[in-house]
Design a protein around this ligand. Structure first.
Ligand SMILES: Nc1ncnc2c1ncn2[C@@H]1O[C@H](COP(=O)(O)OP(=O)(O)OP(=O)(O)O)[C@@H](O)[C@H]1O
Ligand SMILES: [Mg+2]
Length: 257
């Protein structure tokens, strides 16, 4: 069943919660996995207001799709959620830790957050296995342990037989599966995926989503995924609609009783 909640501006069905939490660290705020509290982001170049006063909670084990027109601020939202970018106003929290605490966020980013880019962002001169091992440096001690974990993850995404291939020797779908294995390197609690299927044909796209959903179901990984594709978005439990830097509505899908 799909339940549509559309409000004016940034109503995302949970706004009252996040507003109630305010900017002080209350219990509701710290219970959310990711919490945007009235967050804005303006790019200096061109003075583009990419996000305007967004309040949003992503709960543990959520499966959220973010959808909206090109230029509406979806990638910006995801970069802020990952800590790769920071807001000009408002606060982003991860498990209650404010983005303003750089040392703690660096650790969180390395160990708790996996990111999958639309354009893969893999290192072409390295093999699939070396790409997956990279985020483990400084987190998992011992070269052998890292190599075994990379092999295990590549096996998991169906690429055990391609682990010594360089990225240029892989198909688009295979490269994206390497990117998912890399995102899983340090067993994160959330995978943030920016158009993970944007460059793939529909059959391969469906396989990549199956893989992400398998991680969500079996390992309780929270998924937050940007997608243009309504069919893909429809597979998520929550669909957040963004327009012109503002959340303009949310749909939530309840499992049939
Ligand atoms: N580094 C930047 N400097 C200036 N403007 C930027 C920068 N990055 C993004 N923008 C602008 O901010 C707005 C939001 O960009 P964003 O990449 O978040 O959109 P999007 O919804 O992900 O779009 P798409 O679906 O095309 O990927 C756009 O108008 C974009 O041109
Ligand atoms: Mg984008």
């Amino acid at each position: 069943m799909i339940c549509l909640i559309v409000g004016d501006k940034a109503e995302n069905g949970r706004r009252s919660d996040s507003r109630a939490a305010g900017s002080s660290k209350g219990p509701e705020q710290s219970s959310a996995l990711i919490h945007f509290d009235d967050v804005s982001r303006t790019y200096v170049h061109g003075r583009v207001r990419a996000l305007r006063g967004v309040s949003l909670r992503i709960e543990h084990e959520d499966y959220v799709a973010v959808t909206g027109p090109s230029g509406s601020g979806k990638s910006t939202l995801l970069y802020l959620a990952s800590g790769m970018d920071r807001p000009d106003a408002g606060t982003v929290f991860f498990e209650g830790v404010s983005r303003e605490k750089p040392a703690e966020w660096t650790r969180l980013r390395a160990t708790r957050i996996g990111f999958v880019f639309q354009s893969f962002q893999l290192i072409g001169s390295l093999t699939a296995a070396e790409n997956v091992e990279l985020p483990m440096l400084g987190v998992i001690a011992g070269e052998r342990k890292r190599r075994e974990r990379a092999a295990e993850l590549l096996e998991r995404v169906g690429l055990g037989h391609r682990k010594l291939h360089r990225i240029g020797e892989l198909s688009g779908g295979e490269a994206q599966r390497v990117a998912i294995a890399r995102a899983m390197a340090n067993s994160p609690s959330v995978i943030l995926a920016d158009e993970p299927t944007g460059n793939l044909d529909s059959r391969t796209a469906s396989q990549v989503l199956d893989l992400l959903e398998d991680l969500h179901k079996r390992e309780k990984v929270t998924l937050m995924m940007v997608t243009h594709d309504a069919e893909n978005a429809g597979r998520a439990k929550r669909i957040i609609h963004i327009h012109d830097g503002e959340i303009v509505g949310e749909e939530s899908r309840k499992e049939p009783a």
